[in-house]
Design a protein around this ligand. Sequence first.
Ligand code: FAD
Length: 504
Amino acid sequence: AAALSQKFQHETMQQPKTVAIIGGGLSGLACAKYLSDAGHKPTVYEARNVLGGKVSAWQDKDGDWIETGLHIFFGAYPNMMNLFEELDIEDRLQWKPHKMTFAMADKPGQFTSFDFPKGVPAPFNMAAAILSNTEMLTLVEKIKMVPGLLPMLLEGQSFIDAQDELSVLQFMQKYGMPERINDEIFIAMGKALDFIDPDKLSMTVVLTAMNRFINEADGSQTAFLDGNQPDRLCQPIVDHVTARGGEVQVGKPITSIELNPDNTVKYLQCADGSQITADMYVSAMPVDVFKKLIPTKWSTIPYFCQLNELEGIPVINLQIWFDRKLKAVDGLCFSRSLLLSVYADMSVCCEEYASDKASMLELVFAPCSELAGADRNWIAAKDEDIIDATLKELERLFPTEIGPNAVDGGAKVTKSTVVRVPRSVYAAVPGRNKFRPSQESPISNFVMAGDFATQKYLGSMEGAVLSGKLAAEVICDKVAGRPTKGVREVQDSILHQDWKEKAP
Ligand code: FAD
């Protein structure tokens, strides 16, 4: 990660290029940041009035920040950590004690954790964390995890990539892992990593995370940003870019990509009627949005056809304010409930939202579509139904504080918000990895960024930053006349299909 950052800083620019970047999420902003480090002149065009995309947030009438998602940073996010360091904002990451906290499925109100001992190198700290926990898995079950995880340790990324055709459950069956490992650990991991249940989720997702956690002593340690993402993370990137001659414009939706006769981009059409021309163009939009913007002449090119195989997964983010302080953990909790994934009491975990009088729980509601394993399409449900269903689940997590058995009548909800993301990160169902496009495209002046584009971190903030960085690298290499990594090979199944039917 650091070496790639250095490459941008050491770029000796003869002729700075103008680069138009569509999308002001983390991938678009990271792309602009590294292009500006290299001396180019990027401009980010963001459709909405707020930056950040899936990390965007806005204030309600009470001044409370409403977030698109509860976001956790991991020690195993090298490009993100680098970015914080380069922007000189590392102190904005609030690192939590190195543990993974799980609600006990059958014991309401009780939690158990994997505690990673300090000063013990990887992978021994993880082994110690798992072996010392006696409440989730038996020793025999822990031993039965080994045959499935050993090849990952020995063969690394090639083994991990090869498991993409299998769901988590299929992988477990293949390696004889007991069902309880799924119930105790993999369901929680799948819902947290990709908002999908393990019978639908690619094993590559779980292995990718485990591989980072096993290889880096601090890989699974988590941090919360100390406040809202647009101010605390996006704005420093904007300041960095503008200080170097770049620009970031909000409220600027791009409505079409217009082409030259040779299929290269001629200009971007904006909703306000203006046209944007640049030397190079980058899409940093989510895959589902980009598919709608693909020009007709590109729609039969296999590189673009393969995007038809990728689709964003729905997820819902909830914030619930209570009239009192709940007994909460300082850190992320795996709820291990049917409807919820992870949650945190932000009045404890995040400096800007801190309160010693009342709790604000931020919760990820997942899976919330049938594709992801939910019993119904929650994304279409009414806010009240979603909040009611969540409060029912919270009765198990906070039995003495929420619900009918709570003492003193229980904690009352003072406010709640429901933010739906109908298409969030690409659904990592089995067999998708091979369709993720490279940053470099077959169009000479067009480059692809976004967390769904090929990089080893799946759909995540780290993946978005790395993808933006790799897109910037393609541009710098092309401009300098250096060889690039090339366009990723497109699968035979795409090359041989009827393009007209499969065109996005
Ligand atoms: P986006 O953030 O989607 O950015 C794309 C941008 O393009 C948006 O700002 C959009 O408005 C803009 N755009 C779209 N169309 C146009 C147009 N026509 N013209 C101009 N602009 C346009 N990741 C983690 O690492 N840890 C977590 O804990 C975590 N939790 C999450 C929780 C939730 C609920 C969600 C939804 C996501 C979470 N993620 C997490 C994933 C992470 O947020 C994303 O992977 C990452 O932010 C994606 O960045 P991106 O730049 O690729 O895309």
